[in-house]
Design a protein. Structure first.
Length: 130
């Protein structure tokens, strides 16, 4: 099992946020990793009492803030809807992904997670989703 560091970065390389995901398989497709990341983000938000969502894609009916997206009317988010939005955003170049400073361009590419890599998500435009 591998531990992966997921980082959000600006286009200039400045780190915005990071999270560790432990106990991942030794390889995974980028699509699976994106969906796993979004599922974890939504689960954390749904379990919390706060109104700020910190995640890869902006849920609908929210406003961007310095530390995430403020949900105007507190509700449970649908992780599958958010993950679908993230996949579409990747296809539209809304963000790109670097694995240990190597860009992964194909969403179905298999990523080697041995060696506990750093996976950077570089957001290029605001992303709105479910």
């Amino acid at each position: 099992m591998s531990t992966v560091t997921l980082r959000d970065e600006t286009a200039t390389g400045r780190e915005l946020d990071s999270v560790l995901l432990p106990d991942l398989p030794s390889s995974i497709t980028l699509r699976e990793l994106i969906r796993l990341r979004v599922r974890e983000e939504v689960a954390r938000f749904n379990a919390a009492e706060e109104d700020t969502f910190r995640g890869l894609v902006q849920p609908t009916d929210t406003e961007a803030t310095l530390n995430g997206f403020r949900v105007r009317c507190r509700r449970r988010l649908d992780w599958e809807r958010q993950a679908d939005t993230a996949e579409r955003a990747f296809a539209r170049n809304g963000f790109f992904v670097l694995v240990d400073d190597r860009q992964v361009e194909d969403i179905d590419a298999v990523i080697d997670l041995t060696g506990d890599p750093v996976v950077s998500f570089v957001k290029l435009v605001p992303l709105v989703g479910g």
